[in-house]
Design a protein around this ligand. Structure first.
Ligand code: GLC
Length: 751
């Protein structure tokens, strides 16, 4: 880490400590302020706090005089807008805030929310890529950078972290989360909340976070976005809820409910989720916001008769704020007047919302986040580029490296670089870059320039046939192979070929579910055509989801998974290709052999027919293996880590200490992620064949050894039954500690 960057970090820490200098208000002081304000509010003003509008006019222009925008403008003046989204920039935020604070009767400041998913202007890797780093400090720092830039631009609330667990790569939003595993997902959720919220929400460089989408969204049937979710409560408690609970335990101030129905009930109208679990069992004291229009969508779900009924159902189920359905602002007063929604429901929601505003310091200074000088200084800060570069390097996963084609040697090799994505400044930004600027990423070609290799580039084929946007689907080039000849020519006369293939940045993300998981368009044909003339291929995969690439896995000697790595993508990839950084990532999601295997995950249940038979009567396919192409937790290094001396010792009641020795037996330093998996062999609720219950990432010099120690307690040994009771049961446990979910040393103990 350069000295300048260290100084910058020290500066951030000082800023945060300074921000903590004022003694935070006690809960009682805060509550009394909230209650005092609530007592002054009319019913309309209370309901106004529960109303979240999208930015509704070009603020640099005159106030809207007619239509829906004029109504929203009037509501802002009336104090009937609690929050807005998609407004950014200190000038724009100040203009809105001045109306809310100066025009309305009570002058209650507005919250400004935005999807700061992996950065505001300076973009870090997509969250699934960050998850592949297994580096919680780096992930926290990445969220910190997003909060610093966003808060400098007037934003005080982010709709992140997205913590939906999913094993279905058909679902486009896997790019936005922490992967397939609840343990890793929970640790990442907590790290991102820490990064966004810091130690003090009233500091100028921290923002309220929002764990989403509550709950079960990642289990959409057939991987089709917004589709039905029908899962058992054992899955709900053990796999879906843990990351949300981790976020709540970390102090996340808001949650967003999800579009899907969960077991027949739309999440937005689900009192079991929002009141019984979240606000009841978990004692969550922040607020819940609906997702875009999800309140009104309960009509389409067949759950609400009309918008007024939807308002009643959602409010009574604990959905505190309505995003862009206008259900609350139009109908909630009537529902209260007619006794179908009790005033206590409104008061509870409004107190939750006001509390967050007080915690953010907005009542002390509504323009706290509106400093244009700070905006100029912090947005796109050079030190942020260094931070996201560091995050990007750590996020890549070396899937294969036969013949040690990587790292490339500098300058002495004729390198062919083939693939449209190698020259793409846009795709590496991923699909959730709406607050940033298109085509601002460093491309791989640009990143490779300084290394002096003799590089020949050939596109081979366009990936898309027309430019894409956040709102529109990409059009994939399925036919044009006119660039193949040039690509083959270039490959034929090179020592090594770096092929950059994968998905456009807008091929994953919201609304981007796919029924196929292969390389889109003509890329597979291009890969095979080049392979015919030069087999020394390094395949660089640039994608937002696991892909099914069985041909490549069989034929291509080296495969590097780089995902969509954000602003510094090209520099990060080049540093790994040329060995300046030794790859250390591990897969947070299994890569399937074919889409027919999906959903697929390492922590599957054993079934009663797990043992291969010499007949068809066991749990397998007639046309495919059942294990993934590349498993969860898999990732190679340019060096080699050897495991030995696994030991398991009892250290107390239901407490064990597990140790293993790891040696770097290679010639260069590297980072390893040692993973610990458990299986409760026989329990009152069947448990998966293994579950991640611990991991540690560390560096080892060549020849260096380390004893990695894990503590097992009831927290790791237990599970939830179908009623949500946490159980720790006696019996045999199997332990595996190693370098992936399929490679390690095994042992067992009896609890
Ligand atoms: C979108 C997404 C949600 C996002 C919200 C506001 O539809 O589902 O994740 O935060 O709307 O943009």
């Amino acid at each position: 880490m350069t000295l300048r960057f260290t100084n910058y970090l020290i500066g951030i820490i000082i800023l945060i400590i300074a921000g903590c200098s004022q003694q935070p208000e006690t809960v009682d002081e805060l509550d009394s302020k909230v209650n005092d304000l609530l007592a002054q509010m009319t019913l309309e003003e209370k309901i106004g706090q529960m109303n979240l509008y999208n930015g509704f006019w070009d603020i640099t222009g005159p106030a809207p005089q007619s239509g829906a925008a004029a109504d929203k403008y009037q509501h802002l003046e009336n104090g009937w807008v609690g929050a807005m989204l998609n407004i950014h920039g200190t000038e724009n935020v100040r203009k809105i805030q001045e109306i809310a604070v100066n025009e309305s009767r009570l002058g209650i400041p507005v919250l400004f929310g935005y999807d700061i998913i992996h950065g505001y202007k300076t973009l870090s890797p997509i969250p699934l890529a960050e998850a592949a780093s297994w580096d919680l400090e780096a992930i926290e720092q990445s969220a910190r950078i997003g909060a610093i830039e966003a808060s400098a631009a007037g934003i005080n609330w982010t709709f992140a972290p997205m913590v939906d667990i999913s094993r279905d790569a058909r679902w486009g939003r896997v790019m936005e989360g922490g992967g397939e595993d609840p343990y890793l997902g929970a640790r990442i959720a907590a790290a991102r909340v820490r990064g966004f919220q810091g130690e003090d929400l009233s500091a100028t460089n921290t923002i309220a976070a929002c764990a989403k989408h509550f709950a079960g969204y990642g289990f959409a049937e057939a991987g089709r976005d917004y589709n039905t979710v029908d899962i058992g409560t054992v899955t709900l408690y053990n796999e879906v809820l843990p990351p949300f609970k981790a976020a709540v335990d970390q102090g996340v101030r808001t949650l967003m409910n999800s579009f899907n129905i969960l077991n027949g009930i739309p999440a937005t109208g689900d009192a079991f989720l929002q009141k019984e679990i979240l606000k009841g069992k978990w004692a969550f004291n922040g607020f819940v916001v609906s997702d875009w229009g999800s309140t009104g969508e309960m009509i389409s779900h067949g759950y609400a008769e009309n918008l007024a009924h939807a308002a009643q159902l959602a409010a009574n189920a604990g959905s505190d704020m309505d995003m862009e359905s206008y259900a609350y602002v139009k109908h909630l007063k009537n529902k209260v007047d007619s006794g179908l929604v009790d005033l206590s429901v409104i008061d509870d929601a409004v107190k939750r919302i006001l509390r967050v505003k007080f915690e953010l310091g907005l009542f002390d200074d509504p323009f706290l986040y509106c400093d244009p000088d700070r905006e100029k200084e912090m947005v796109y800060h050079q030190q942020h580029q260094q931070a996201v570069l560091d995050m990007a390097r750590k996020s890549m996963v070396l899937l294969k490296n036969e013949n040690h084609l990587l790292p490339l040697s500098r300058g002495r090799q004729r390198v062919a670089v083939i693939g449209a994505l190698a020259d793409d400044n846009n795709s590496p930004l991923g699909s959730w870059r709406i607050s940033s600027d298109d085509s601002t990423a460093v491309s791989l070609l640009e990143g490779m320039e300084p290394y002096g290799a003799e590089i020949s580039y050939a596109k081979g084929a366009d990936l898309i046939t027309e430019s894409a946007t956040f709102l529109q689907n990409v059009q994939i080039n399925e036919t044009d192979k006119s660039g193949f000849r040039e690509a083959i020519r270039v490959a034929r006369r090179s020592d090594i070929v770096v092929m950059v293939l994968g998905e456009h940045g807008f091929q994953s993300g919201e609304g981007r579910s796919r029924t196929q998981l292969d390389l889109p368009g003509v890329q597979q044909e291009l890969l095979e055509a080049v392979y015919e003339v030069n087999k020394n291929i390094v395949l660089v995969l640039m994608n937002g989801r696991p892909l099914a690439i069985p041909w490549a896995a069989e034929h291509i000697p080296t495969i590097l998974e780089v995902w969509h790595l954000g602003s510094q993508s090209g520099h990060a990839i080049a540093q790994v290709l040329f060995g300046e950084y030794n790859p250390s990532g591990k897969l947070p999601m299994s890569f399937p052999r074919s889409v027919g295997q999906v959903p697929i995950g390492y922590n599957k249940y054993n079934t009663g027919r797990a043992i291969p038979q010499d007949n068809v009567f066991w749990s397998t396919y007639t046309d495919q293996l059942i294990d993934p192409l590349f498993p969860f937790g898999h990732g190679l290094s340019y060096t080699q880590f050897d495991y030995s001396d696994l030991s398991i010792e009892v250290t107390g009641s239901n407490q064990y200490e597990v140790k293993v020795s790891v040696t770097n037996s290679g010639q260069i330093a590297g980072e390893e992620v040692t993973q610990l998996y458990l299986r409760d062999v026989a329990a009152s609720v069947a448990r998966p064949v293994k579950e991640l219950k611990g991991f540690q990432k560390y560096s080892l010099a060549p020849g260096e050894s380390k004893t990695v120690v894990f503590q097992l307690t009831e927290k790791e040994l237990g599970f939830y039954d179908g009623q949500g009771n946490f159980m720790v049961e006696p019996g045999k446990f199997q332990v595996m500690v190693g370098t992936s979910s399929v490679e390690g040393l095994s042992g067992e103990f009896t609890l």
